[in-house]
Ligand binder design. Structure first.
Ligand code: NIG
Ligand code: FE
Length: 422
C-alpha cells in the first residue's frame, strides 16, 4: 500500500468515477481538489485507489499502519498520462530523412522513393527479437519517466507474417514485464511492401496474419493485442481495403483504431464512423461530414500534434471537432518519423497549434485517451476504484506540466504505476 501526503492539488479530471470520457465543454471543466495548506492525501491499495481527500479524513477512514509514504512536498497529484498512438518497436532511425523533409520532400514522396516505412521495415526485418526488445525497453523507460503509464503501441514494420509476429511478441514481453501497460495494435497494413500489391497484401493480412494472431491470442501468447490498424492513405490502403481489414479484425474481437484522413481526404472517417470503430488517428484532412459522423458514432479522434508539426501539415480542425461533440484524445505517434516520447510536450503543442485549452489537453491525454483503448472506466482519472496510476509534480499548480515546454523532466518527482513507484 502506498500513501501520498502533503499534496496541494489532486487533479481528478472527472466529477464522478463512472464517467468514461469528456467531450466539448466538459473537457474544459476538470475536477481539482485543492488545499492551500497542502493537506491532501491519496491512498493506493493493491494497485487500486482506495481513498483520497484531506489527510485527516483519509486517516480516520483507513488503517494506515504499514503503508509506504511519499511526501508530495506541497506539489500536485495528476493521473498517469495515457499515450493513445505510438509505433515504438523498430530498428534504426531515419535522421537522414528528417533533413530531406526539412529541405522540402513530402512524407509520401520519401515513402514512394523507398524510404519512410519501407526503410524502417528493412531494418526491422533484419533485427532480432532481442534487439527490438532492447531498443523498445529504452524508449518505454523514457516514456515512463515523462509520465506515460499506459501506451497504445503498434506493430507495422514487418509487413510480412514473421516480422509482424516478432514485433507483437516484443510488445507482449514488455507489457508482461511492466510497469508500462500496453494496449497492443496489429498494424500489418501499415504500408504495401515493395514487390506485392495492395489487393494481395489485404488478403494476406485478413487471412494468414489474422489467423495466426487469433491462435496466439487463444493460447495466451499475445494477450496484449487488442486493436487493429490500417494506414488508410493514397499509395497505401484505400477505404475499401481498410474496411475489409477492420472487419476481419472485428470478427476476432480486435477494436478498429486506424490512420484516417492524414494527408488526403478519402472519407475514411465516414467509413470508420459507420463501423463505429473505437478510434481514428490524425484526421488533418477530415471533412465536415466526417466530423458530424464521428460525433454521432462516438469514435475517438486521436490527434497527433508532433507529426502535424514536423511534417508542416495544416493541423486537424480540433476546435470544430470539440464544438461538434467529437471525443478528442492525444497521442505521441512516437515512430522513426516523429521521435517525441513525451506527452507533456504533445499537450503543449496541442494547445498552441490546435487551440486546445490546458484542461482540454489534459483530458485528451488522460481519460479520453484511456477511452480510445477501452480503459475509460478504469484509467485516466483519480477516483476510488480506478487504477493507482499517477504522477507527482513539484509545482504548486498542475498547469506547469504543459506550460514548461520540454522541461517536464525537471518537475515530475514521481511516477506511480498500479501503486508501485517507477
Ligand atoms: O502515424 N502514417 C503512418 N504511420 C505513422 C508514421 C510511420 C512512419 O513513418 O514510420 C504515423 O505518422
Ligand atoms: Fe501512426
Amino acid at each position: 500500500r502506498l500513501l501520498i501526503t502533503n499534496a496541494r492539488q489532486i487533479v481528478q479530471i472527472t466529477e464522478s468515477a463512472d464517467i468514461r470520457f469528456l467531450k466539448g465543454i466538459d473537457a474544459d471543466r476538470i475536477k481539482i481538489l485543492e488545499d492551500n495548506d497542502a493537506r491532501l492525501a491519496l491512498l493506493i491499495s493493491d494497485g487500486i485507489i482506495a481513498d483520497l481527500g484531506l489527510f485527516k479524513e483519509v486517516k480516520e477512514r483507513n488503517d494506515l499502519s504499514d503503508v509506504e509514504i511519499i511526501d508530495a512536498q506541497k506539489g500536485v497529484i495528476l493521473p498517469g498520462l495515457v499515450d493513445a498512438h505510438s509505433h515504438p518497436v523498430f530498428a534504426g532511425d531515419r535522421v537522414h530523412e528528417f533533413a530531406m523533409k526539412l529541405a522540402g520532400a513530402t512524407y509520401l514522396e520519401v515513402q514512394a522513393a523507398g524510404g519512410g516505412i519501407h526503410f524502417t521495415t528493412s531494418a526491422t526485418r533484419a533485427a532480432t527479437e532481442n534487439d527490438l526488445y532492447q531498443d523498445f525497453k529504452k524508449i518505454a523507460n523514457q516514456m515512463l519517466a515523462s509520465g506515460t503509464t499506459t501506451l497504445e503501441a503498434k506493430s507495422g514494420y514487418g509487413l510480412e507474417t514473421s516480422t509482424e509476429m516478432k514485433m507483437l511478441k516484443v510488445l507482449e514481453r514488455v507489457n508482461r514485464e511492466g510497469p508500462l501497460e500496453i494496449s497492443g495494435t496489429f498494424c500489418g497494413a501499415h504500408a504495401v511492401p515493395r514487390g506485392t500489391d495492395e489487393h494481395t497484401q489485404t488478403h494476406l493480412i485478413a487471412g494468414e496474419m489474422l489467423d495466426l494472431i487469433r491462435k496466439c491470442k487463444e493460447n495466451g501468447e499475445l494477450k496484449c493485442v487488442e486493436n487493429i490498424d490500417v494506414f488508410c492513405e493514397k499509395g497505401n490502403f484505400n477505404v475499401e481495403n481498410t474496411e475489409r481489414i477492420l472487419l476481419a479484425g472485428a470478427k476476432m474481437g480486435l477494436k478498429g483504431n486506424f490512420h484516417a484522413e492524414e494527408l488526403s481526404c478519402l472519407h475514411s472517417a465516414e467509413m470508420g464512423a459507420r463501423l463505429q470503430v473505437q478510434a481514428m488517428s490524425h484526421l488533418e484532412e477530415i471533412s465536415d461530414d466526417g466530423i458530424k459522423q464521428m460525433a454521432q458514432s462516438g469514435s475517438v479522434a486521436v490527434l497527433l500534434p508532433s507529426t502535424a508539426f514536423l511534417l508542416r501539415l495544416t493541423p486537424p480542425p480540433a476546435r470544430k471537432m470539440i464544438n461538434e461533440g467529437v471525443i478528442v484524445a492525444l497521442g505521441s505517434d512516437f515512430n522513426p518519423n516523429a521521435w517525441c516520447p513525451a506527452m507533456a510536450a504533445i499537450m503543449h503543442m496541442a494547445c498552441v497549434t490546435m487551440r486546445l485549452s490546458l484542461a482540454e489537453a489534459l483530458s485528451a491525454a488522460t481519460i479520453n485517451s484511456a477511452h480510445s483503448i477501452g480503459r475509460g472506466a478504469t484509467h485516466g482519472s483519480l477516483h476510488k476504484g480506478r487504477v493507482g496510476d499517477l504522477l507527482i509534480l513539484k509545482v504548486p499548480k498542475w498547469e506547469h506540466l504543459i506550460y514548461r515546454f520540454a522541461a517536464h523532466n525537471t518537475i515530475i518527482s514521481h511516477v506511480v504505476k498500479r501503486g508501485n513507484i517507477v
